[in-house]
Design a protein around this ligand. Structure first.
Ligand SMILES: [Zn+2]
Length: 380
């Protein structure tokens, strides 16, 4: 069962999180894109309503945007139902990053007239999206106006930037869905590791408030969380690409793209989202920062997912995947801290990282076994 903007979600936001839901209006040009992203996600979650476990438990999911001004996303289980939420600020940050990408002349030059773009540098020398985090940590709110100078000049590229933002946000929706559907939330709650799963340390939402509620986790618990993040990334990446390869796109603008362009944009969006989370994480340098896998490890995990599961799905995936990763080179020119395609390629061959992921394999297998009793299944 997938619930739209339900009373349950409002209740969850208020009672459990102390915040409120954000209700996008399809007719309001300012919030229309929130609406499109959410509707698209609802439709893609629909198959889960057939899932059950045990004698009679049905998988019930509630999803929506939360009116919280720190970039984050979360998955939770509350009163027998699953909840996933994306903070408004994260969606704003994603859109800003996507606009910044398409304002770069060399980024996806086959979309629109790229020669019109001015290749701006990041605002205030802060990474796109980071200014927002910085601003909220200092007690400020969202200022939509600031991102003005990052907006792509060419109208088609402006639209393309929204499509990229939808794909990046889809990666987040699917990542959070995996935390629920793959029973990660049940596991962390039952092992008393965490109340819920957050993409960024929760204290970031509590800027200015006491941070001493933060719990210290054992190495064992941190490792379990790491495995769950890698699993959620893998599910989200595979599902995002499958939407394109199996012709299941439900956002009109993306459906109208050439299939190979849509797939390249999807691959880029997935890597970019993982990178953006890491940029936030590094910025925050929180005490709990190491509960999420190291950046290179998460990116390496996506590369392995591509190689192990996606290259076999279609003959030209490997080539499109390579081209998508090369798009990072133009972004790297504007954002010095970003990895290059060359770095990614080296990572793919890096014994050290491969070993790190390999060493985590037994733990991931162990965690998979721990998750099995909670498993939902869809009867055919
Ligand atoms: Zn996660």
């Amino acid at each position: 069962m997938v619930r739209h903007q339900s009373i349950l979600l409002d209740n969850f936001a208020t009672a459990r999180l102390g915040t409120s839901t954000f209700q996008p209006d399809p007719d309001d040009p300012n919030t229309h894109i929130f609406y499109v992203s959410l509707e698209s996600a609802f439709e893609q979650f629909r198959w889960t309503s057939e899932a059950t476990r045990g004698a009679d438990e049905i998988f019930k999911i509630n999803a929506g945007f939360l009116d919280t001004f720190s970039p984050n996303a979360l998955a939770d289980r509350f009163e027998e139902e699953y909840f996933l939420g994306i903070h408004v600020a994260l969606f704003v940050a994603i859109n800003e990053f996507a606009m910044f990408c398409f304002a770069q002349q060399e980024f996806f030059p086959d979309l629109g007239d790229a020669t019109k773009e001015s290749s701006p540098k990041p605002w205030n020398e802060q990474l796109p999206g980071i200014w927002l985090l910085d601003n909220t940590l200092k007690g400020g709110g969202v200022d939509y106006k600031h991102s003005k100078h990052l907006i792509p000049t060419d109208p088609q590229r402006y639209i393309s930037s929204q499509l990229l933002a939808f794909l990046m946000t889809r990666f987040v929706w699917l990542h959070e869905l995996a935390h629920c559907f793959n029973s990660h939330v049940d596991l962390v709650q039952n092992l008393d590791i965490a109340l819920r799963l957050h993409e960024l340390p929760q204290e970031l939402s509590l800027a200015g408030k006491s941070k001493d509620q933060a719990r210290s986790l054992t190495d064992e618990q941190k490792q379990i969380l790491r495995c769950l993040e890698l699993d959620a990334d893998e599910s989200a990446f595979f599902a995002s690409c499958a939407v394109q390869m199996r012709n299941m796109e439900n956002i009109e603008g993306i459906r109208e793209l050439e299939p190979d362009v849509a797939l390249r944009l999807t691959v880029f969006a997935s890597y970019a989202m993982v990178w953006l989370f890491d940029a936030f994480q590094n910025y925050a340098k929180s005490a709990l920062g190491d509960t999420h896998p190291a950046p290179s490890l998460r990116l390496q995990n996506l590369l392995q997912t591509a190689q192990k599961r996606l290259f076999a799905e279609s003959d030209d995936f490997e080539q499109l995947h390579g081209r998508a990763l090369q798009e990072f080179n133009s972004i790297k020119k504007a954002i010095p801290g970003m990895f290059e395609f060359g770095t990614l390629r080296e990572m793919a061959r890096s014994d050290e990282l491969a070993t790190e992921l390999e060493e985590l394999e037994p733990k991931r297998a162990e965690v998979a076994t721990m998750l099995r009793p909670y498993e939902f299944s869809v009867k055919r």
